[in-house]
Design a protein around this ligand. Sequence first.
Ligand SMILES: [Mg+2]
Length: 111
Amino acid sequence: MADLEDLTARMREFTEAREWGRFHDVKSLTLALTGEVGEVAELVQWLPADAVLEGDLQARFGDELADVLLYLVRLADVAGVNLVAAGLAKLQRNEDRFPISVYRSIAPEHP
Ligand SMILES: [Mg+2]
């Protein structure tokens, strides 16, 4: 099973083989990632909130999520961010910020 390091290496190879590295600056990759998130949203924007994704729609949803993942992995690589370490650190901060004893079944308020 591939992990984020594998995906990062494959995306780097994919980019280098095509000499696309000069297009992959942080700004451009951020915009590409944002565009792909928009494509994910477009697939569900008019569905009822409790709709279940099935069949072709689920496959298309997965395809767009894969675009998001690949751009995210590539962006993190170019930006020098270790996604796993950053994600674990952020999760720890969120666990500290929203203790279960206070926030169980309560949506956090955002200022
Ligand atoms: Mg896409």
